[in-house]
Design a protein. Structure first.
Length: 243
């Protein structure tokens, strides 16, 4: 994989989000929504959803929040009709951004997204303006901060399970799969005794964009503004964060 570790960006955002309980619940809701949308709303038959629900419960997320995220994904929430929309654009420093939303009011959401970009130095683009810079991949994260895992054994197990690539940076193993093989690889690694810290089918940047500290600050403000929207489900970008 080119450029910069996805884990670095996850870690940077997670450290900031974990300081706010609401942000933690929002992150879990997004994970639950994505898992239910892709594999159905039954945790007994959707391993990814089951894992996402377990993580949410570990952080004391209320059951009603969990149920709401599942119902929103499966279209059974309050009888409302929700529409999936993708927005694309550039943030400060030319960072490519893709926003996935789920909304029952397209006009309201479009106005919120445009305002967030305009207020924080970004430029909202047309569909396809940045999506060509990303590849859709299965992503699995295994953390081994105490160095108890064998890198060779994990790499072999992952590749035998069907993974396409594996990276190790300071005990953070990032495993990439095709979207079709994601569920099978996840299940096989879990069955082999590995604890999966994160798992999702997501967009991986082909290359990462380096920006100045000032531009990174502005970009983070833009992302924070977008994440405050109840309609925003997921945000992808190709920022290479400053260390």
């Amino acid at each position: 994989m080119a450029g910069h570790s996805k884990w670095k960006n996850i870690q940077k955002r997670k450290n900031a989000q974990d300081a706010k309980k609401g942000k933690v619940f929002m992150r879990h809701a997004k994970d639950i929504y994505i898992a239910a949308k892709q594999g159905g709303g039954d945790p007994t038959t959707n391993a990814t959803l089951r894992s996402a629900v377990d993580k949410a419960k570990a952080d004391n997320m209320p059951n009603e929040n969990i149920d709401r995220a599942i119902k929103k994904a499966t279209g059974t929430l309050d009888g409302a009709t929700y529409e999936e929309i993708t927005y694309e654009g550039y943030g400060p420093g030319g960072v490519a951004i893709i926003i996935n939303v789920l909304t029952d009011n397209r006009n309201r959401t479009a106005a919120d997204i445009r305002h967030a970009f305009k207020k924080n130095g970004g430029n909202l683009g047309e569909n396809g303006s940045v999506s060509f810079m990303f590849d859709r991949k299965g992503y699995i994260l295994i953390l081994d901060e105490e160095g108890q895992l064998s890198e060779d054994d994990l790499a072999l197990d992952a590749l035998e399970a069907g993974a396409e690539d594996i990276l190790n940076e300071d005990g953070a193993y990032e495993i990439f799969t095709s979207p079709d093989d994601f569920a099978a690889v996840s299940e096989q690694l879990r069955a082999s005794g590995y604890e999966l810290e994160d798992q999702e089918v997501t967009l991986i940047p082909q290359n990462y964009q380096q920006v100045t500290p000032e531009e990174e600050y502005k970009l983070n403000k833009l992302i924070d503004t977008l994440e405050d929207s109840e309609d925003v489900q997921d945000i992808h970008h190709n920022l290479k964060g400053n260390e």
